[in-house]
Design a protein around this ligand. Structure first.
Ligand SMILES: Nc1ncnc2c1ncn2[C@@H]1O[C@H](COP(=O)(O)OP(=O)(O)O)[C@@H](O)[C@H]1O
Ligand SMILES: [Mg+2]
Length: 261
């Protein structure tokens, strides 16, 4: 499940970009288009059963948006996230990210593009249990060719940013659920991805811990990164800049908030 990297280049950002003030609405024209999905269809087959999990999804996402995806269980939210990010294949339509049709790329190129441009946060954290926190966060950097010493420094700095500077050598089993999710978020952010995808990121967390995770997402958003967060939690819906509702594998509603955060 973990996106491994091919060759990558460092885009010259550093941690300070995470805290840099965002331009206000008046300073920016329409956000640059980041993702364009058209008529996306995904059919899951098990035995002779077919489920049309996505049934013609059209969606445009601009750079810097904080998109919250909601909808009843079983209506295609996870499938949507996996198909838009290229973790899963599609059976019809197109998904372009950075103007590239991601499902037409070779596996290797798609994996490299994902490693370079995307970070993932899952409900079940998906940390590597035999690695400690710092090693988990280093992984995507090492996979994209960053030198070990530099990877260690950046991992430590990112763990510090998510409040885990004192937990570098703890393994996942030695961390609380909230701490594990913050390690996973550090892992997702350490490559400075353009898009962060999160699927029910607070689903396994108590409400107070969930709040600290959401505050991190707010910061990520303020730093100008694009967030796409699938959730059941209507509290998250209040925080995004845009609420997309998925029903029966389609976009049933799509509302951009007027007030900027
Ligand atoms: N790997 C799979 N194989 C077969 N059916 C699947 C698979 N993944 C999801 N589905 C089915 O597709 C539909 C949408 O699932 P999912 O995208 O997980 O919805 P959500 O995340 O909104 O709960 C459901 O009916 C589910 O049972
Ligand atoms: Mg789901």
């Amino acid at each position: 499940m973990f996106p491994m990297a091919g060759p990558s280049h460092h885009r010259g950002m550093n941690l300070s970009t995470l805290t840099a003030p965002r331009p206000t609405r008046n300073d920016v024209a329409a956000p640059a288009q980041l993702l364009r999905a058209r008529d996306v269809v995904r059919v899951h087959r098990t035995g002779d059963q077919e489920v049309r999990a996505l049934n013609g999804v059209d969606l445009d996402i601009g750079a810097g948006e904080y998109v919250v995806v909601m909808g009843p269980s079983g209506n295609g939210k996870t499938t949507l996230l996996n198909c838009l990010s290229g973790l899963d294949q599609i059976d019809g339509g197109t998904v372009e990210i950075d103007g590239r049709n991601i499902h037409r790329l070779s596996d290797r190129a798609r994996t490299a593009h994902r490693a370079e441009r995307m970070g993932f946060v899952f409900q079940a954290f998906n940390l590597v249990s035999v690695f400690d926190a710092a090693e988990n966060v280093e992984l995507p950097l090492l996979a994209s060719g960053v030198k070990p010493r530099s990877a260690r420094k950046r991992a430590a700095a990112m763990l510090d940013r998510v409040g885990l500077g004192e937990r570098l050598t703890h393994r996942p089993t030695e961390l609380s659920g909230g701490e594990q999710q913050r390690v996973a978020i550090a892992r997702a952010l350490v490559t400075e991805p353009a898009i962060v995808w999160a699927d029910e990121p607070t689903g396994n967390l108590d409400s107070r811990t969930a709040e600290s995770v959401l505050e991190l997402f707010d910061e990520v958003h303020r730093a100008g990164q694009t967030l796409v967060v699938v959730t059941h939690d209507s509290g998250i819906g209040q925080r995004g800049t845009r609420l997309v509702e998925i029903r029966d594998g389609r976009v049933a509603a799509d509302q951009t908030r007027v007030a900027a955060r």
